[in-house]
Design a protein. Structure first.
Length: 156
């Protein structure tokens, strides 16, 4: 069983993230009814979403969204994340910098992880899918390059 997943890759987007929720990375979670853990964006900033209960990281308050980061348009971006199935912690980096709103360290943080910590979550991720899925308006073209998956952070 894979306990820790680290993934990294370069991502180029053609348009600014829209207000509606979109997904760029989906991971099936065997411990959550095979529902997806999704990395994408909402309200113009990067966000994690758990499909089973629609919890978001960060919370979609103005303060929560401000603790995330927009995905720069028209240039390659290094997106990395680490998810630990032992304790449900997660961290996401954009261009080598940890994004505070996308950090789940097990310590409740206002406007970031209130929804996320409403239940115990210990993922067992079974796949990695890349692409664009929009749950409202907005279309985009994404380019992925140099995708790496392992048990330790690849780094920039």
């Amino acid at each position: 069983m894979l306990i820790r997943l680290a993934a990294a890759g370069a991502l180029l987007v053609g348009a600014v993230l829209v207000a509606a929720y979109v997904t760029a990375v989906a991971l099936r979670d065997a411990n959550d009814g095979n529902r997806d853990l999704r990395l994408g964006g909402q309200n113009g900033a990067l966000q994690w979403n758990r499909a089973s209960d629609d919890a978001t990281l960060p919370e979609q308050s103005p303060a929560g969204v401000a603790l995330s980061a927009p995905l720069p348009v028209g240039s390659w971006n290094r997106v990395e994340f680490k998810i630990d199935g032992r304790d449900g912690t997660m961290e996401t980096w954009l261009n080598g910098t940890s994004v505070p709103g996308l950090l789940e360290d097990g310590v409740p943080t206002h406007d970031i992880d209130g929804q996320w910590l409403n239940r115990t979550w210990r993922p067992a991720l079974t796949d990695l899918r890349l692409g664009w899925e929009s749950y409202g308006e907005g279309a985009d073209t994404l380019w992925y390059d140099d995708v790496a998956v392992g048990t330790t952070r690849a780094g920039c």
